[in-house]
Design a protein around this ligand. Structure first.
Ligand code: PEP
Ligand code: MN
Length: 326
């Protein structure tokens, strides 16, 4: 029941923003349909108008990350390994780099079992400030050594804008952790690096927020974002998090970016890593990131969810069988 004048005023404001506006009048409501790229529009400002009842998005608020914008799957090349292509990719290694002996032993064993990339944190985001915080640059140097010996590309986390350039010197893929998924200054800085980014879903992030975080990186000029579902927080306490398997096909519909699954952080229990790895592959994930430790009971972080090398080797064999069917 807004006056003709009020409607025309809103229409012309929207036109000034660069949209074509299609007007459709009903008995009590008038619908203004915006035609054009609405990803930059601020819905809350339109909703603030007293004559506006509701603003509904037909288009997603993310653009560069959306399937509509880029219909073909994105395949990201990391030193010859293709992520998002035909073959499933497995990233494996310890939660944290602890020592040369530990890292090299695990790196050689996961390589032997068929892993494609090596993971290991040198900067660790720990809940307690008293827990092991990582070896910092020394850890990055050990990762470089492991790469020289195994030729496995390195995935390692950058925790803040102050150290991301240092991490980028050593990493083949820079990980942005769940706790940093909405650290917008870090996302922008990651967008300015020339390394692929492994972006983990926030602990309580919706899929839309997750894809908007990817958009932050992409709109700074870095198109190489690998998404990672690592479980979200729910009321269930038996597992550390709840693995949102449905996020995989949902993200495949909404986005062209590769999506991998982290069954280690999603479950927090080594015994559940194997079935969830298989489920993730069956649901269409492009790969997995799995924590492996040769002495989980002595691990400085995430021992309870780490697979022993023999268990990882067995899982890789099973996955090879499964991958033929998906
Ligand atoms: C990790 O990969 O070791 C990690 C800390 O993961 P997340 O950010 O998903 O908790
Ligand atoms: Mn971990």
């Amino acid at each position: 029941k807004a006056s003709e004048e009020a409607i025309m005023e809103i229409k012309s404001k929207l036109e000034d923003l660069g949209y074509k506006v299609h007007v459709s009048k009903g008995e009590t409501h008038c619908i203004l349909g915006l035609i054009g790229d609405t990803s930059r529009i601020d819905i809350s400002r339109i909703e603030a108008n007293e004559h506006v009842d509701k603003v509904l998005r037909v288009q997603s608020p993310f653009k560069l990350a959306s399937r509509a914008f880029h219909p073909d799957d994105t395949v990201i090349q990391v030193n010859g390994v293709k992520i998002g292509g035909e073959e499933k990719v497995v990233i494996a290694g310890p939660c944290a780099v602890e020592s040369e002996e530990q890292l090299l032993l695990i790196a050689h064993s996961v390589k032997e079992s068929g892993a494609h990339l090596l993971r290991g944190g040198a900067f660790k985001p720990r809940t307690s400030p008293y827990s092991f915080q990582g070896l910092g640059e020394e850890g990055l140097k050990l990762l470089r050594k492991a790469k020289e010996q195994t030729h496995l590309p390195i995935v390692t986390e950058a925790m803040c804008i102050e150290t991301i350039d240092l991490v980028a010197e050593y990493a083949d893929v820079i990980q942005i952790g769940a706790r940093n998924m909405q650290n917008f200054s870090l996302l922008k800085k990651a967008g300015k690096t020339n390394k692929p980014i492994l972006l983990k879903r926030g602990l309580s992030a919706t899929i839309e927020e997750f894809l908007m975080a990817a958009e932050y990186i992409m709109c700074e000029g870095n198109p190489n974002v690998i998404l990672c579902e690592r479980g979200i927080r729910t009321f269930e306490k038996y597992t550390r998090n709840t693995l949102d398997l449905s996020a995989i096909p949902v993200i495949k519909e909404l986005s062209h970016l590769p999506i991998i699954v982290d069954p280690s952080h999603a479950t927090g229990k080594w015994s559940i890593v194997e079935p969830m790895s298989k489920a993730a592959i069956a649901a269409g994930a492009d790969g997995l990131i799995i924590e492996v430790h040769h002495q989980p009971e002595l691990a400085l972080s995430d021992g309870a969810q780490s697979l022993k090398p023999e268990k990882f080797a067995k899982l890789m064999q099973d996955l090879n069988g499964l991958m033929k069917y998906v």
